[in-house]
Design a protein around this ligand. Sequence first.
Ligand SMILES: Cc1ncc(COP(=O)(O)O)c(C=O)c1O
Length: 475
Amino acid sequence: MTDSRSPAVLTQAALDAAASHAAHYLERVNELPAAAQAGIAEMRARLIEPLPETGRPPEEVIDDLARRMAPGLVTTAGPRFFGWVNGGALPAALAADWLTSAWDQNAVMAAGSPAASVIEEAAGAWLLDLLGLPADASYAFVTGCQGAHVTCLAAARHHLLAREGWDVERDGLFGAPPIRILTSESHHGSVERAARLIGFGQRAIHRLPVDGSGRLAPDYLAGALESAPDTPTIVLLQAADLNIGACDPYESLIPLAQARGAWVHVDGAFGLWAAASPRFRHLVAGIDLADSWATDGHKWLNVPYDCGYAFTRHPEAHRAALSHRAAYITYDGEARDQCDWTPEWSRRARAIPTWAAIASLGREGVAAMIERCCDCAAGLHAGISALPGAEPLWAPTLNQGLVRFPDHRPGATSADHDACTDAITAAVCASGDALFSATTWRGMRAMRLSCTNWRTGPEDVALSVAAVRQALAEA
Ligand SMILES: Cc1ncc(COP(=O)(O)O)c(C=O)c1O
């Protein structure tokens, strides 16, 4: 295609088309089915075709893209998606994300974009303040909590091995003193992948049992620390496990671990945001004592995908583990070059939507959003649990709850209860009125509800409870 229009006209045409499709989509997001209407086979049929030999006008491409994609979209941007922990996108964050693309900054170094460098300083300081972390902690904007784990554990690896006299950046891990990770049995899978990526291997992870509340108990941790007192150790705690939102008892565990020389890392993918709420902050009391923290912006701060944050109490270890020098890069002694802090080289300026999200809500608005989600999770759990045929398993202490739907036929087995729970969960999703995910918890299948979208309100709770009632009635 040779399109003779000017770059300005071509760009305007494409952006107008995208804005119109986006606005149309988001105007209807409350009414759209929560689940995708097309599966993999239909989406392959809609999208996969031979490479085009010639191009098309950009607005035509955007129209075609919107038409082809629509049936395969899951309405995670909408208010009745309660599966997994996804969050939505605040208006200011979404619009700032568009600007991020329009500006197309490469946020690798300050010389490449002073604006993209300094907005990280601004947003980084806001995040530390909101989350109650030390004001002088180091920070990095990464792809998600997975990337944040890798970043923080690389800093931990440097710190622990330097103390053993081992230069891991120069010599790698072959022959290095082994490092172990002590964590609870309910840790997230991203921790295991981080352990693989940074060369510890999954066998370095020691799973400790949790108490009745899903929290790693001090006695278990003390025993594990004593079992190999000279082994360099990372203690990995959770700020909200994925099933019930359990938060470990930081005030007792962190001093215990640090007294034995361990580095304490917190997986706070969504739970760290409890610290931004006066009502829920008590759940994470003492979390600021840790050595590093990983969390997400794309979950509970409701910035568009992808965006995660890594923080450490040890800027020198963080920088030593991540920074790299190259002759062709222009370093600025005055500035904070982002490539010194992240595992990426060229990268998106993720601080821009983060800055916009926080600027649009302020401290009070962030707290209100967190609290509204928790209230909705509690309302959903209470409403569903009260339905005939439902059984509460875990009432949310934060934003995660569990219910199940036992099979009431005489002689029903635990396999029947599991099958019935999966069937009701699937029926609710198929209705399109709400989307919940299923999980296995303490050996039982359960329907898991998770609430992290800024749009969700009491009317969505009522509609979603009604959808479960309907599924139970039709079962
Ligand atoms: C507790 C927990 N940790 C880590 C992660 C990984 O986060 P991300 O998908 O942003 O990399 C998740 C994702 O759902 C999570 O729930």
